[in-house]
Write a protein that binds this ligand. Structure first.
Ligand SMILES: Nc1ncnc2c1ncn2[C@@H]1O[C@H](COP(=O)(O)OP(=O)(O)O)[C@@H](O)[C@H]1O
Ligand SMILES: [Mg+2]
Length: 407
């Protein structure tokens, strides 16, 4: 068991919840809008430190908390890792301004940074809207990569956070310089930007190299799954598409790759120091353009990931079925990659995904449940699962923020 206990206070529609997980498989059933997704969101928050669905974190604070003298929200979980029990806690409490909330994180009662929490309890969350990874915008895919990688790689997580800080500062400098209409070639401008360019390239390169290497790893496994789902007819490829050539291809080939005219993306390892050099060169060569734009045009914040089946872009040409298979294959690959990276399979959270899938895709997903130490699954319909499956699971009934044991 990875997560043995969850306790919620004023988390979305849960006024108070205490639930113990004492079986590898938990099945939660309930009608719509009862709190199934909210419960998985709370668990995923313990794994990633962030709210999945909320655009602003205060959205997760239960409305009932308004009746409290001090409205707050608490998510507390007890995880068992290497035989030790670890208590993970996130508390949102209001700041003085009455609008914003402060997030406090504790591990075993000791205050920690969000970064220290990420990766303690590792989880993979499957959602009906995972198809957005394939048919949605690039921001969706970058976010996905970040959430997955931060859980398995502290260096990545640190580099990403440093990159984001530097990016903000560099962007405000570029904006300021644009407003001042400076001469791009003046030594003063050069000195100021060179300082930030170096930092941006240093952290950004770590992020980009890790993304490339991760995508290569995911591609292998995802392609196997996708081939099974398509009866061997489709070869799935994942192409990492950065905003500039990080160094594994000649520039001409890289342009072809970006235009979708190269079927095979490079699969050799990308090293951060190689990317950093290419990145700095790019920034130097495009300084005039960036000054005119007043913002940073190159780097991991402009990355994308392309899904192809038999060489064709699935976002553009894929059917819903093909897109769904690709998204599912990617998520299954993530479970494997996470297991390989850490030696321990992640906690599997499946949110109402069965009803979306046909028999073959269901079977594949159910097979993965057997490969992990713990899975927590929600459904609106018991009939989505066989009696044998339900027999193996600890079953609960969810209604208006209350969870009851089903016997
Ligand atoms: N901050 C909040 N406080 C109280 N209730 C909330 C909050 N955010 C969402 N909800 C409620 O949670 C319910 C949705 O729960 P959800 O877990 O998505 O349902 P489902 O069981 O369909 O997955 C909705 O009724 C919504 O109004
Ligand atoms: Mg739901």
């Amino acid at each position: 068991m990875l997560l043995s206990r969850l306790s919620l206070t004023h988390f979305r529609n849960y006024r108070r919840l205490e639930i113990a997980f004492d079986a590898p498989l938990t099945l939660l059933q309930g009608r719509n809008a009862q709190g199934k997704t909210n419960l998985l969101e709370a668990i995923f928050m313990l794994a990633t430190s962030k709210a999945v669905h909320a655009s602003q974190e205060r959205e997760i604070v239960g409305w009932q908390a308004d009746n409290e003298p001090i409205p707050f929200c608490r998510v507390l979980g007890v995880a068992t890792l290497d035989g030790r029990s670890v208590e993970l806690e996130i508390v949102l409490s209001p700041r003085g301004d009455g609008v914003n909330f402060t997030k406090q994180i504790k591990i075993n009662g000791v205050a920690k940074r969000a970064m220290d929490l990420v990766g303690v309890l590792r989880a993979v969350l499957f959602l009906p809207q995972d198809i957005k990874l394939v048919d949605g915008g690039p921001g969706e895919r970058r976010h996905y990569l970040d959430v997955a990688l931060c859980q398995i790689d502290k260096t990545y997580c640190r580099a990403l956070s440093a990159f984001q800080r530097v990016l903000l500062q560099r962007n405000s400098l570029l904006k300021q310089l644009r407003e001042q209409e400076v001469n791009p070639t003046s030594p003063a401008v050069d000195a100021q930007l060179a300082f930030w360019d170096e930092k941006l390239a240093h952290h950004g390169a770590v992020v980009m190299a890790r993304r490339h290497n991760f995508i290569v790893e995911l591609e292998q496994i995802a392609a196997e799954r996708h081939a099974e789902l398509s009866g061997g007819r489709e070869r799935l490829a994942l192409h990492y598409l950065p905003s500039f050539n990080p160094g594994l291809l000649a520039d001409r080939e890289f342009d072809l790759l970006r235009d979708g005219l190269l079927t095979d993306a490079p699969t050799s390892r990308l090293e951060a120091n190689v990317v950093a050099m290419a990145y700095q060169r790019k920034l130097a060569a495009r300084r005039v353009r960036e000054l005119a734009a007043g913002t940073t045009l190159y780097g991991p914040h402009r990355d994308d990931l392309r899904f192809l089946a038999n060489g064709r872009d699935l976002r553009v040409y894929g059917s819903r079925g093909q897109q769904r298979s690709a998204a599912l294959s990617l998520k299954l690959a993530e479970v494997r990659a996470m297991t390989a990276a850490t030696g321990l399979a992640p906690l599997l959270l499946l949110d109402d995904v069965m009803s979306e899938l046909d028999a073959e895709r269901r079977a594949m997903l159910l097979a993965v449940i057997d490969d992990v130490p713990q899975a927590i699954v929600t459904t609106t319909d018991w009939e989505d699962f066989t009696p044998e499956f339900r027999q193996r699971a600890r079953c609960f009934y969810v209604h208006s923020g209350i969870v009851e044991t089903v016997v």
